[in-house]
Ligand binder design. Structure first.
Ligand code: NAG
Length: 317
């Protein structure tokens, strides 16, 4: 699943983690409004990028759209009551409305391009599936695995099969919350890293969104604590090597999944700042940097100014 790196608005609802960053701490409504403005402008550009490529968008991308729409809607409703935040709230509302229309259009494309996959996963893009956390927690560093398996032996297809069984959308069975012994073993296996690990978390997150509470899913919170502790450790490692390019996607996916799972410590100002710097100013995407982008980001590291303007480039994504 490719995350779009757009899903950071939730951090604005939450208390701020006390970590060093070149950004001011948003302890005043003005600073909060400035940062929100930056995030919204980034999201608007990313939405235009996606809008132009709607027919090519796969179902995973559509799920990201829906999660974003749910987050925007929730924050918009919260902020509309505050006079200072009201203009931003209206801007969020407009973006959320636009996303609703784009979601409908992209579902029509999926119906034509990928009807079986759509039937199995449609529930995850319908309104009401994704619910925001009602309580926040933090990761526990003592749950980090002594070593990670680097070999990616997780089978994507089998992971998808387990998710379909959980959702109860297979043709032959319509009962949700089922799991085979195979899926229990696969989804609780220790020492995974990368996408295996994030998909293990996604499995338990989907169980929560579906309302599964029996059997294996009695222990959903334990597994989410375990997986997010390890995803946090991997994100720290990504930061330590200054986010070399191929790790961007999993880095952002970890923040998106554990964030919506209620782990507030994934919302860090310095991570938000890094992610916003990856967006191509012209195209609006978070794609592979060109050598020119690398030079720009090197320069930016000396430039501790968040509102820097980057030269527009001619490169096509
Ligand atoms: C963290 O995890 C360890 C080991 O699983 C546990 O003993 C400890 O109580 C946990 N700490 C918190 C704050 O939950």
């Amino acid at each position: 699943m490719s995350s779009l790196g757009l899903l950071f608005l939730l951090l604005l609802l939450a208390p701020w983690p006390p970590r060093a960053s070149s950004l001011p701490q948003p302890d005043t409504p003005e600073v909060k409004a400035t940062i929100t403005g930056l995030i919204l402008s980034s999201l608007e550009r990313a939405t235009v990028f996606l809008e132009e490529r709607l027919p090519e968008l796969n179902l995973d991308g559509v799920v990201d759209f829906r999660v974003l729409q749910v987050q925007l809607k929730a924050i918009q409703e919260e902020w509309v009551r505050d006079p200072l935040l009201r203009p931003l709230s209206l801007q969020m509302g407009r973006l959320a409305e636009k996303l609703v229309a784009l979601l409908q259009r992209s579902i029509s494309h999926l119906k034509l391009n990928d009807p079986n996959y759509l039937r199995e996963f449609q529930r995850t893009i319908l309104p009401g599936f994704w619910k925001l956390p009602h309580a926040w927690t933090r990761t526990n560093a003592s749950m980090v695995y002594p070593t990670f398996e680097t070999q990616d032996s997780f089978s994507e297809d089998r992971g998808v099969m387990c998710l379909v069984q959980l959702l109860g959308t297979r043709r032959d069975s319509s009962q949700p919350c089922r799991f085979s012994d195979f899926c229990r073993t696969l989804m609780t296996r220790a020492s995974s890293s990368g996408y295996c690990l994030s998909h293990q978390l996604l499995y338990f997150l989907s169980a929560r969104m579906t309302g599964c509470t029996k059997g294996l899913f009695c222990h959903s919170q334990h597994y989410m604590d375990l997986f997010c502790a390890n995803m946090m450790d991997l994100n720290w490692r990504a930061e330590a090597v200054r986010y070399t390019y191929p790790t961007w996607d999993i880095f952002m996916e970890n923040i998106m999944f554990c964030g919506i799972g209620g782990f507030i410590d994934f919302y860090k100002l310095q991570w938000l700042e890094a992610i916003l710097s990856w967006q191509k100013p012209r195209e609006g995407c978070f794609g592979k940097p060109t050598p020119e982008d690398d030079r720009l980001s090197e320069a930016a590291q000396y430039h501790q100014h968040f509102l820097r303007r980057v030269k527009r480039r001619e490169k096509q994504f």
